[in-house]
Structures are given as C-alpha cells and as structure tokens.
Design a protein around this ligand. Structure first.
Ligand code: 5GP
Length: 191
C-alpha cells in the first residue's frame, strides 16, 4: 500500500535489533485517516471471505484491527495480556513470545466472544517471527472456529515468520513488506 510505504519512509526510524519505530502514526500517536485507509484495504483484500470477527492482541494491534473491523462491519476482539478484574467466566489462553520485549507473556480471550461458528481474521501491526500470529491462531483453534487468514500492516520480510506461516497454508496479506532496512534506507518487496 503506497500511502503506508511513503509514511514508513518519511517517519519511520530503524533501531538496532531490526526494530522499526513508527510511533508517529501507528504505535504511539495514531494517524486515524491512514488507519482507516489501511482498514479499507484489508476489507478489500478479504472481500468474500465471510469474516465474522477480527482477532488481534493488545495493545498495538488494536488500532489496525479497528480500522479493518469498521470497514468490514464486524467486531474486533483483542487478546488481553493480563487477567483483570473485569474479565469473568471461561477463557482460552496461549503463550506468545514478544519480539520487542524478549519475554513470553500469556494472553487470553473470554470463550463467550470466540465461537465455533466464527470465521476469524487475525490482524496485527507488525509481522516479524510470526509468534503473535501463531498464538492468535492457537486461540482460534481452541475455540474450534475457522481461520480465514491474517492481515498485517508491516511485515519484515527478511524475518521468516510470514513466509513460514504461508508455507503452512495460512493466507497472509501484509500492506507493506520490508525486504531490507538499515539506517541508510528501507527497501520494500514488490507485491
Ligand atoms: P512476531 O510475533 O511476528 O515475532 O512479532 C510481531 C509483534 O512484535 C507485533 O505484535 C509487534 O508489536 C512487535 N514487533 C515486531 N517487530 C517490530 C518492529 O520492528 N517494530 C515494532 N514497533 N514492533 C514490532
């Protein structure tokens, strides 16, 4: 998606450890117009997939997921990292290894929000090693729901999560795929 690639080039910063910082429009401050445009693009890509629910993980996936949910007119469910007092009832849980924080954390969703009849689209802001998508897919499997695929805003194509999951049969659509990046510049994969 050209508008997203342009934004990454003008506002993104490459940090040590292969981390791209996009705090000015995605991970801290949010560019709502761009998020909604990304949501419409995700809806276009998955048109006809009969999706009934979007599943993401808190916190930074929520904005992109909401853009997609608004365009597709389906609810957005986010896996929570902490079981707080306002979570009640039966839950599905899974462990996800955090790329940016380097630790495992447990996420959960209440069973009542993920049904066997759901056709689920996974959405996240970044795709690196694929741990977040693997964890979310596990929650969908536990619920016996159908997995339609995954949509990510930014995939780091030089890390192998996306290609590995595609080889396992998961449909993944990324709005921008970075082939390589350094302080000197960013090269996108032609899609
Ligand atoms: P994965 O689970 O695919 O290894 O990593 C994806 C998750 O790690 C995303 O949910 C995202 O929050 C975080 N992440 C991975 N790489 C980056 C990056 O380069 N920049 C930022 N801001 N987040 C990243």
């Amino acid at each position: 998606m050209k508008a997203l690639e342009d934004k990454i080039v003008t506002e993104g910063t490459v940090l040590p450890g292969n981390v791209l910082k996009v705090g000015s429009f995605l991970n801290h401050q949010i560019d709502c117009d761009l998020i909604m445009e990304m949501g419409r693009e995700i809806a276009r890509l998955f048109k006809g997939a009969a999706i009934t629910k979007i599943l993401t993980v808190e916190a930074s996936g929520i904005a992109v997921a909401m853009g997609a949910g608004a365009a597709m007119h389906v609810p957005v469910l986010f896996a929570k990292k902490n079981k707080t007092a306002n979570v009640s009832g039966a839950i599905y849980t899974t462990a996800i290894h955090s790329y940016t924080h380097g630790v495992d954390y447990h996420v959960m969703v209440e069973k009542k929000f993920l049904k066997q009849s759901d056709v689920v689209l996974l959405v996240d802001d970044f795709l690196a090693n694929g741990e977040a998508l693997r964890g979310l897919a596990d929650l969908v499997n536990q619920a016996g729901a159908s997995l339609a695929g995954a949509a990510c805003a930014i995939e780091k194509g030089f890390q192998k999560g996306g290609d590995a999951l595609r080889q396992q049969g998961l449909r993944i659509e990324s709005l921008a795929i970075i082939e390589k990046m350094s302080e000197n510049g960013i090269v996108f994969r032609k899609q």
